[in-house]
Design a protein around this ligand. Structure first.
Ligand SMILES: [Zn+2]
Length: 221
């Protein structure tokens, strides 16, 4: 297999790779949809205070119905930013409900709020695929989240000195794994190389697995 699946990026990327480009509400990113380029659309928790919510939810529903996007994201909760947490929660919940209603996968941004998201998934009985981008949770969080239709994406966090998930990285089910570049300068190839080193697995196995996971979650073709 000669391409890499990049599940979450803010830049255009190479045409040879499959990628999901994140469009923010006021995104300036202009890439046309192609065979390998897909889009997610959502209101990031950092932006909820400044957005025209009514306008946003109208355009989200339109984009979902026109099928111009393949996922709702990135959406989520972030306790490390100064932004009203109850507003973040209500905007997140509303986007999650829309995704669930139209059976769309979501891409989650979560910082120090895994327990809150877990509660929401339980309460809402969420069944759509949930992709945690830059996953940083501990093993117990992972074990709780995997009871849902959760996936875990890794990127620049694989290059950190130490993160909680390193302690159990080799126990994460490969059928639930994705890789990404997010907004960083690193290449998707180097992310897969790093994962291959850490897991002691051939890079081709990781590429094939991520592609299989992509097809299961997105059913695009
Ligand atoms: Zn991102």
């Amino acid at each position: 297999m000669n391409f890499f699946v990049n599940i979450h990026t803010h830049t255009a990327g190479k045409n040879t790779n499959i990628c999901i480009n994140n469009l923010n509400f006021d995104s300036k990113l202009t890439i046309s949809q192609s065979e390998n380029h897909f889009f997610s659309f959502g209101l990031h928790p950092w932006d909820v205070e400044n957005a025209n919510l009514e306008h946003f939810f109208l355009s989200l529903e339109q984009q979902i119905q026109k099928k111009s996007i393949v996922a709702v994201g990135e959406i989520g909760l972030d306790k490390a930013v100064v932004c009203d947490f109850s507003l973040q929660s209500s905007v997140f919940l509303e986007q999650l409900k829309l995704a669930q209603k139209f059976n769309f996968p979501v891409i989650i941004h979560c910082v120090k709020a895994y327990l809150e998201i877990l509660e929401i998934l339980k309460k809402q009985k969420v069944t759509i695929p949930i992709i945690f981008h830059q996953f940083m949770g501990n093993y117990e969080i992972y074990r709780q989240l995997i009871k849902f239709n959760s996936y875990f994406s890794f990127g620049k966090n694989l290059f950190l000195e130490k993160a909680k998930f390193f302690q159990y990285f080799d126990k994460i089910e490969l059928s639930r794994v994705f890789f990404e570049t997010d907004d960083s300068e690193i290449s998707i190839e180097s992310v897969y190389e790093q994962a291959s080193k850490l897991l002691n697995l051939d890079i081709e196995i990781l590429k094939a697995q991520a592609y299989q996971n992509f097809n299961i979650v997105f059913r695009i073709k």
